[in-house]
Every structure is written in structure tokens, then in C-alpha cells.
Design a protein around this ligand. Sequence first.
Ligand code: VAH
Length: 326
Amino acid sequence: MGHGLIQALAEREPECLIVGLDLQPIKDSIAACCVETLAGDVRDIGLLEDLARRYRFERIFHLAAMLSSSAERAPLVAYDVNVGGTMNLLRLALAERDRTGVIPMVVLPSTIAVYGLPSLAAKVAAGTISETEFLEPRTMYGCNKLAAEHLGRYFNSHHGQFESESPGSLDFRSIRFPGIISAETLPTGGTTDYGPEMLHAAARGEAYISFVRADSKLPFMTMPEAIRAILELTDAPRANLTRGAYNVRSFAPTAAELAEAIRVRFPALEVAFDPTPGRQRIVDGWPADVDDAAARIDWGWVPTHTLDSALDEYLIPGLRAHYGIA
Ligand code: VAH
């Protein structure tokens, strides 16, 4: 997401100076969009303080995270990255405000993992849920992202309440993303990864063994839609925003429906469903779909893709280009 966001920002705002920080060195084509790129860790407060000494930041896009499955394998590290890293960037933003008097914007991609349906039956009964329901995450990643949202909401609206009648020090904005499917990259360490993994396997002419049941239903969107949502949220006047975190989504297929839609485009695709218990438990605790009405009302969010149009207009053409398929 970070790479796509840098490209979209550079295209949309050529005058914008972008500093890119990633755990791994950023590839040349992305670095060409930046005034500087660094390979480093969001837990490295010294690195962030050095950046703060050298740049004035107007917007901070915080895309560094350990995703849900990786976080279950190393929950204490995940806390340090997902919550500690967020607090480090909030500190950076506060220092920026103290230095310049300008309130920086901090944008956090949150996740539907902040929701926790107590059982599969409850998930089926609940169907589509809104931002205020089932906020008891069942993964370290979901707990981390909900904590990050609350920290952002605190600095947005309550920090300085002892000194001021109108507290609030930052402009924090967040989107609870569903599963995201990219034609160019495969995710690592997520639990929605079965979606992109299945698609890329089909493009490579390989069979795919899904780690979730065929009836597993989750909301998804494409990477270009996710990046557009972030940029549209940052464009919104702060006064229009009634929430710190918003749901967005484009389509919500079951794993079997996803396989069937891909097979229409790649007829040779063979998918077997062999659930991994721990990852299936996570998916059974996430909502079948989410209500994006608040985003539509507050900042004009409108998804453009259905599953079929996402496949035909972006994913299949992108995969053919990515894998050099005729
Ligand atoms: C994950 N792709 O699977 C992420 C996402 C909805 C979950 O945040 O962990």
C-alpha cells in the first residue's frame, strides 16, 4: 500500500515532497517519487527524530504494521511495531506541532480486524456491521489497531484538556480496511491473504489450497480503491469528519465465490479448501461485511468496483502485465 500511495501522491501532487521510510530499501521506481528514502524501523525513535530535525511534515501516512497472522506468531513484537510504532509517529507529529504551530495530519490504515464476532453463528446473524458494533478484537493485530485508533482519537480531541477549553493537538484520520487485493504485489502475514494468493496462483497457472473454508465470507477491495480512499479522506475538511475511523469496502464474496469468479477468467484454476484452524478462527471472528455509510456521508466515499469489474478492469489486466501473460 505504501508504494502505491507514494506513486499516487507524486502523480496527484507533483509539488509534494515525499519522504519514504520502509523496513527494506525502497525500489528505484518508487524512490524516484521521493525527496529521500530510508530503510529503517518505525520502532527506531532516533531515526524518526533525525527526520523531524530535517523536515517539516504536513502529513504522516503510517503504513508500517505486522499483519494479523504474523502478529499471532509473534504477539509481543507485533505490539512494539503496531502500537509502539504508532506512538512514535504520534510523538513525531506532536513535536512538529510544537515546533511550527501547524497541526499535522496523521493517517492510519486500520482494519476490520478491530471487530470481534464471538462465534461463526454470531457472524452470520450480524451480517453487515457498522463502526460501533462488536469492537472486541480477537487478535493481537486487531487489539493493536484499535489501540492505535484510540490513541489517535485522544490526540485528535482530548490532548491538552487540562490547559485548554478546546483540546486536541493532531488531525488524526483512519480507515478500517477490509482485505485488499493487488495485481502487482502479494501480501505477507495477513489472514485475508487467501484472496490475493488465489488470484496470483491462477495467473501463474498453479493450483491453490485455500487456508479457509469455502463458505468464509469477508469484505474486500482492490489496492487502487484503497489508495483512492486514503487520499479522499485526507482531502476532506476536518469539520466534516464525525469519526476517527471509517469503514470502507467494495465487495464481499465467500472464498468459493471468489474462486468461481477467478475461474471464469482463468478456467484452469483448481482450488482446494483445507482450513488452517487458527487462521479460520480469525476469519470466523471478522465481519461478513461492513457498512460504509459514514464514509459516504462524511467524505463522499463511493466504491467503483464490484468483484466482476475489479477482475475485468484492474486485476486481470494487471496480472497479465505483471506475469507477462498474453
Ligand atoms: C490482514 N490484510 O489480513 C490484513 C487486514 C482485514 C485484515 O488488515 O491481517
